[in-house]
Design a protein around this ligand. Structure first.
Ligand code: ADP
Ligand code: MG
Length: 238
C-alpha cells in the first residue's frame, strides 16, 4: 500500500498534505490555468468551490463524460463552464473565432445566465454565446465565429436548418444543461436533430448532462448521449 519512494518518517506529512489538497475548497487547488482562477476570483467574485463543482471539475478535466444531478442554485453552470474553458485553452493555446464551435451548450431557462458565467473568459475563448437574440443578429454572430455556442434546443435546430455557416466538425464538448426541463417541455425531438447533426460531424467529443431531477427521460437521454459516464449526485444545498 505504501509508496516505497517515500521515507517512513515523511509518510504522515504526505498523507496529511494529500488530504488537505483533496478536501480543499479553493479553486487554486484544482488543476486550472492561473489566469482562469484569477478571473474567477476577480471578475466573478467566486473563490471557494461548491460541492457539485468540487466533484465535477476534476472528473471533466480527466476527460470523462458525466451525469450531474444536484439541486437548483448549487452552482452547476461553473461546474462545466470551468472545465470547458480550461480544456479548450489547454488543447488550443490560442482559440480564435475562426475555429468555429468547439463546445455546444444546450440550455433552456438560463441562456443569459450561462452566457454571463462564460463572458469573463472571452480572453481565452473569444466567441461565446448566442440565444435570446434576434435571429438575424445571431446569424451575423455565427458568421463571425462562435466557439462556445449556448442555445435553447429550438433555436439551435432553427440555425442547423437555416444557417449555412454552422460546421460542427470541431465540436469537442456537448453540454445538456437543465436536461429535465428540456424534456418536460417536449424538446426531445429537437435534441435528436442536434445529436444527429453533431454525430455526423464527428464522434470525438466529451458529453455532459446536468439535471436537478432524475426522470426516466433524463436516464434515457443519458443512455443515448453519454459514453460510459461518471455519475455525480450531490444532495442537499450547495
Ligand atoms: P444551478 O445551475 O445549479 O441552478 P447556477 O450555476 O445557476 O446553479 O449558480 C447559482 C448561483 O450561485 C449563481 O448566482 C452563481 O453565480 C453562484 N455561484 C456559482 N458558483 C459559485 C461559487 N463557487 N461561489 C459563489 N457563488 C457561486
Ligand atoms: Mg443551471
Amino acid at each position: 500500500k505504501h509508496n516505497p519512494e517515500i521515507p517512513e518518517i515523511l509518510r504522515p506529512v504526505v498523507s496529511q498534505l494529500k488530504e488537505k489538497i483533496f478536501s480543499s475548497d479553493s479553486f487554486s487547488d484544482l488543476d486550472l490555468h492561473p489566469h482562469l482562477v484569477a478571473t474567477l476570483n476577480k471578475v466573478l467574485n467566486v473563490s471557494t468551490v461548491t460541492s457539485v463543482q468540487k466533484q465535477t471539475i476534476p472528473v471533466l478535466l480527466s476527460g470523462r463524460d458525466a451525469v450531474i444531478r444536484s439541486q437548483t442554485g448549487s452552482g452547476k453552470t461553473l461546474s462545466y463552464a470551468i472545465p470547458v474553458v480550461q480544456s479548450l485553452q489547454a488543447v488550443q493555446q490560442k482559440v480564435s473565432r475562426s475555429d468555429g464551435p468547439l463546445a455546444v451548450v444546450i440550455v433552456w431557462t438560463s441562456v443569459n445566465r450561462v452566457s454571463l458565467s462564460l463572458q469573463p473568459f472571452t480572453w481565452i475563448v473569444p466567441g461565446v454565446l448566442m440565444g435570446g437574440e434576434k435571429r438575424k443578429s445571431e446569424k451575423a454572430r455565427l458568421r463571425k465565429g462562435i466557439n462556445i455556442l449556448v442555445s435553447t434546443p429550438g433555436r439551435l435546430v432553427d440555425h442547423i436548418k437555416n444557417t449555412l455557416s454552422i460546421a460542427f466538425s470541431g465540436v469537442r464538448w456537448l453540454v445538456l444543461d437543465e436536461a429535465d426541463r428540456t424534456l418536460d417541455l417536449g424538446f426531445e425531438k429537437d435534441l435528436t436533430v442536434i445529436l444527429n447533426s453533431l454525430n455526423s460531424a464527428g464522434p470525438s467529443r466529451q458529453n455532459v448532462l446536468l439535471s436537478a431531477t432524475l426522470t426516466h427521460g433524463v436516464t434515457r437521454l443519458a443512455g443515448v448521449c453519454l459514453n460510459d459516464p461518471v455519475d455525480i449526485h450531490v444532495s442537499g444545498p450547495a
